[in-house]
Design a protein around this ligand. Structure first.
Ligand code: S3P
Length: 178
């Protein structure tokens, strides 16, 4: 998929759904270039995500996320992992769809919690009751992922390698693939 202009693969889903790990594997198999919008935001802003949230707040972070997506327009052969909240801004959803095939990595609430509770790098979960925050955010966001996505892969019982393999198969069979 390395030819410029060919369709990209865009991974959306909640924190802890495995977008970056799976994205790297998919990029390797499809010989695409892996891009992570969180990393792009950090590069554009010159600061880490926790610092951006602490000093500028979430709204500023969302603006930077939109900028990061915009910077990818017109490029092909990418496998793009996105931040879990990217779908909360409607214009981002439009850009995601324009960029390529949107794949939602879903997972059960229990598995998500199990994965995200292992690290403290996610500012939105720095709340008095992060478990409830996960439940609330999932409730709000799952319908948004569903609307944005062309495909859904339930990752609850799968390894990253399994998920990547499934995605690669689907991408290769996708009718709109250039
Ligand atoms: C966020 C998810 C994070 C990162 C930021 C906000 C969110 O990315 O973009 O902390 O709103 O869900 P991951 O989904 O890669 O953890």
């Amino acid at each position: 998929m390395s030819a410029p202009g060919s369709e990209n693969v865009v991974l959306v889903g909640f924190m802890g759904s495995g977008k970056s790990s799976v994205g790297r594997l998919v990029a390797r198999t499809l010989q695409g270039r892996f891009v992570d919008t969180d990393r792009l935001v950090v590069e554009l802003a010159g600061r880490e995500i926790t610092e951006i949230f602490a000093t500028e707040g979430e709204a500023f972070f969302r603006q930077q996320e939109s900028r990061a997506l915009k910077s990818l327009r017109g490029q092909g052969g990418l496998v793009i992992a996105t931040g879990g909240g990217i779908v909360t801004v409607p214009k981002n959803v439009t850009m995601l769809k324009e960029l390529g095939l949107v794949v939602w990595l879903s997972a059960s609430e229990e598995i998500i919690w199990d994965r995200v509770s292992r690290n403290q790098k996610r500012p939105l979960l720095h709340t008095p009751d992060p478990r409830s925050t996960v439940r609330e955010l999932l409730g709000k966001r799952n319908p948004l992922y569903e609307q944005a996505a062309d495909l859904q892969v339930d990752t609850t019982h799968l390894t990253h390698a399994d998920v990547a393999e499934l995605i690669c198969k689907q991408v290769k069979a996708w009718p709109g693939r250039k």
